[in-house]
Design a protein around this ligand. Structure first.
Ligand code: SIN
Length: 481
């Protein structure tokens, strides 16, 4: 209730102990470029110690009843809510997103803890009608064991709670390796979990810049029975291969290239609001941001103009400044990528309707941009932008829109806008994506399954499916009846 961002720890957390190290790395505020904290740069040997701790804590935690675990998780949820303002400020300072978005993310992150605390009580098995008079069949659900989680910088709280809460509710223990750009929120969550009574070793946080070395240990150790990762498809494929030798269960939330289709019978205001919400959330740095806005010829010019007017109203600046709704990109590489995609698109005939350059607010700020005349030979169509650029492609027929939308190895989110329910339904069925928003630009929450198809990943997070990812099904046959 009374914490400030400075009250949260800057030490790593292994086996219930706050761990320091001589070797440290700086956490930078992307809005100011200032060094806001230093955290331990832990080693692969430290990661092994974290696995030892998680393995040692597993028997006692998994033996608790779901109701007992739920009580601990509920306390954690309440503490996150109680400290939500301090957490939001911490998030804005290390990640850059506007304070209003950080507050939203704290609530979003907390919702996974609340949901899974309850859902853990419903890890039901089945009774199966027998095939032999002398036998009886049942299944029970059991925790998979020690879990490793590798989490991204774009949602420094929600992408941790979406993994840790179901793991703990299921009776697993976990080691989190947070992104090196945003370790502070992970440590803050661990502090609140400790206060809530999560026992030593059940939830460990290994801060490191050696993502490769620590990742290799987490993947190679046979005691870790599951890896859950949110990040790029490129890294996801490496982790997938590295987990093969110990045949771990995997949840992979990987890259997207979300199409957002606007049919000519869409409600223009609704389509603009949906595209704005999907495209510019977190300055375009989400895996579900609209990457390709595919607009029917009859509405294309009106939509492009209305979107540009709305984009120009966004206030760019440091996330901590009141009224700002577009913060900085995470680092210089992210800005360089946006600039290179824009240069390629413009060289191939794209037109900048608004934006199209860095913003005067600072070196990591990019103007909200609308790009028209986008064609499929441009890199911006095949690569994830991860920046505030809306790329508009024109189409004529419904078949062409679906073909354009599905012409990608990715399949995370897709969106469409139409007032014709039959047209919308048919399109939603044909889109190759794990999630489809119809007349809606934002749909993530704790009660629905989040995840992708094709090279966007494996498994689902959130909802009942999200708990299942941390459980094994054991079949028991009782004979001699
Ligand atoms: C992500 O970008 O990875 C997550 C977005 C969400 O949870 O809505």
């Amino acid at each position: 209730m009374d914490m400030t961002p400075d009250d949260f720890p800057t030490s790593a957390y292994i086996g219930g102990t706050w761990v320091t190290s001589k070797d440290q790395f700086a956490v930078i505020n992307p809005a100011t470029g200032l060094d806001i904290a230093r955290v331990p740069n832990l080693t692969p040997a430290d990661a092994r110690r974290a696995i030892d701790a998680a393995s040692a804590a597993l028997p006692e935690w998994s033996a608790k009843t779901a109701k007992e675990r739920a009580a601990v998780l509920r306390r954690w949820y309440e503490l996150i809510l109680a400290e939500s303002e301090a957490l939001a400020q911490l998030m804005t300072s290390e990640q850059g997103k506007p304070l209003a978005e950080s507050r939203g993310e704290v609530a979003y992150g907390a919702s996974f803890v609340e949901w899974f605390a309850e859902e853990g009580k419903r890890a039901y098995g089945r009774t199966i009608p027998t095939t032999a008079a002398t036998k009886r069949y049942i299944t029970i659900k059991q925790p998979i064991g020690v879990v490793a989680a590798i989490t991204p910088w774009n949602f420094p709280i929600a992408m941790i709670t979406r993994k840790v809460a179901p793991a703990l509710a299921a009776g697993c223990t976990i080691i989190v390796k947070p992104a090196e750009d945003t370790p502070l929120c992970a440590l803050a969550l661990a502090k609140l979990a400790e206060k809530a009574g999560v026992p030593a070793g059940v939830f460990n946080v290994v801060t490191t810049q050696d993502a490769r070395g620590v990742g290799e240990v987490l993947c190679a150790d046979g005691r870790v029975r599951k890896l859950t990762f949110t990040g790029s498809t490129e890294v996801g494929k490496i982790l997938y291969r590295q987990c093969a030798d110990t045949v771990k269960k995997l949840t992979l939330e990987l890259g997207g290239n979300a199409p957002l289709i606007i049919f000519d019978d869409a409600d223009l205001d609704q389509a603009v609001a949906g595209a704005m919400a999907s495209k510019y959330r977190n300055a375009g740095q989400t895996c579900v941001c609209a990457n390709r806005i595919i607009v029917q010829a009859g509405i294309y010019d009106h939509f492009a103009t209305a979107l540009a007017v709305a984009a120009e109203k966004l206030v760019v600046g440091p996330g901590a400044t009141a009224g700002v709704n577009l913060g900085p990109l995470i680092n210089a590489d992210a800005v360089a990528k946006v600039e290179s995609l824009m240069a390629d698109a413009v060289a191939k005939g794209g037109t900048v309707k608004t934006g199209g350059a860095k913003d005067a607010a600072g070196s990591l700020f990019y103007k909200p941009t609308v790009l028209t005349g986008v064609t499929t030979d441009m890199d911006i169509v095949s690569q994830e932008i991860f920046g505030p650029v809306a790329a508009l492609i024109k189409f004529e027929t419904d078949e062409e829109a679906i073909a354009l939308a599905n012409n990608t190895p990715f399949g995370l989110a897709a969106y469409l806008f139409s007032q014709n329910i039959h047209r919308a339904w048919k399109a939603a069925e044909k889109l190759e994506a794990g999630m489809v928003g119809v007349n809606e630009g934002i749909f993530s929450n704790e009660v629905v399954p989040f995840g992708g198809v094709k090279e966007s990943g494996l498994g689902r997070e959130g909802a009942a499916e999200g708990l299942e990812e941390y459980l094994e099904t054991k079949f028991i046959c009782l004979g001699g009846m």
